[in-house]
Design a protein around this ligand. Structure first.
Ligand code: HPA
Ligand code: ZN
Length: 327
């Protein structure tokens, strides 16, 4: 009884949340109506019933369809604000939000509209909820490097609103090496770098993200356990892994939460963190992830809870001198 209460009430950082994946079906329908966008589903219930995924791609198809209702600055603000209210309820005190500008610019939405709306929500979250929040611009890896480069250039007027860049969407067949130049350009601009790797892709994609993209965190990374040499390297460098347990089960990376390798990752000395990924699609926000994961895995106790939450702060892109009050 003490452990769930500790998990619920402890201050937390969330480092792997796609803000478009926080769009709840109710808000999708509200925005569709407000913007006159037609949806392929007749009701909130019908949309929710479509959330039965077999792999990453089956999710991404529905996730991009859901994002099609976002057109105006206020839409992006409203989406992020709804997330921050839920984050505050989970006692998240720091959040680094992924966003996918190409999902929106492909529909004719200006990247400035996207970033301004999200940035205003981050500012207000700090003022009204005491949450420090920053934005990580993700490139869609199923698109070309040239398109990623054009996206980064288009974001330059908003450079000060972005802490880093990431790499998401369909992993298999799109190795990190495809994005060597755009990550080099991002590093030259002083941006932090992260990449999804080892969710569905092999350990070699994690190595590529480290060696070629020079990332400072690996998103997911759960397949690292297939390579003992890689685990050694990740542990020795305290390379963070932003693990998303409910996501992994919904996308069939693990059959059940009880089969998740989070205990083994911690046992190996890795800097694992727990995150929600796409909470509107995967069955819950950060506290739900933590409570369900600890419930399903009795190997995880109070020590592991502290370790995971501390790892989240350690892995954040907040400068050390601004971390006072955190665990
Ligand atoms: N993996 C890859 N791309 C994504 C994800 C994910 O878990 N969520 C949103 N885009
Ligand atoms: Zn993700």
């Amino acid at each position: 009884a003490a452990l769930p209460a500790l998990l619920r009430t402890a201050p937390k950082a969330e480092l792997h949340i796609h803000i478009e994946g926080s769009l709840e079906p109710e808000l999708i329908f509200q925005l569709a109506q407000r913007n006159g966008v037609a949806l392929a589903y007749p009701s909130v219930q019908a949309l929710r019933e479509a959330y039965a995924f077999t792999d990453l791609q089956s999710f991404l198809d529905i996730y991009y369809a859901g994002a099609s209702v976002l057109l105006h600055e206020l839409d992006f603000f409203d989406m992020a604000w709804a997330y921050f209210e839920r984050a505050a309820a989970d006692n998240i005190v720091h959040a680094e939000l992924f966003f996918d500008p190409q999902t929106h610019t492909a529909r004719g939405v200006d990247i400035g509209t996207v970033i301004r709306g999200l940035h205003h929500a981050c500012q207000r979250a700090h003022q009204e909820l005491g949450i420090s929040a920053s934005l990580i611009l993700c490139f869609l890896r199923h698109l070309s490097q040239d398109e990623a480069l054009a996206t980064l250039e288009a974001a330059l007027p908003y450079r000060q609103h972005i802490v880093g860049v990431g790499l998401d969407s369909s992993e298999r067949g799109h190795p990190p090496e495809k994005f060597t130049e755009v990550f080099a350009r991002a590093r030259a601009l002083g941006l932090r770098c992260v990449a999804h790797a080892g969710e569905e892709g092999p350990p070699a994609y994690i190595e590529g993200a480290l060696d070629v993209l020079q990332v400072q965190r690996i998103d997911h990374g759960v397949r690292c356990l297939e390579s003992p040499a890689l685990v050694q390297r990740l542990a020795a460098s305290r390379m963070p892994l932003t693990v998303c347990p409910l996501s992994n089960v919904k996308l069939c990376v693990f059959k059940t939460l009880a089969d998740h390798n989070l205990p083994a990752l911690l046992q190996a000395g890795l800097c694992a963190t727990v995150n929600s990924d796409d909470p509107a699609y995967f069955g819950g926000y950060l506290n739900t992830n933590l409570l369900a994961t600890f419930e399903a895995l009795p190997q995880l106790g109070v020590r592991e809870a502290y370790q995971l939450l501390r790892n989240g702060f350690e892995a954040s892109f907040v400068p050390a001198e601004q971390r006072d009050g955190w665990i």
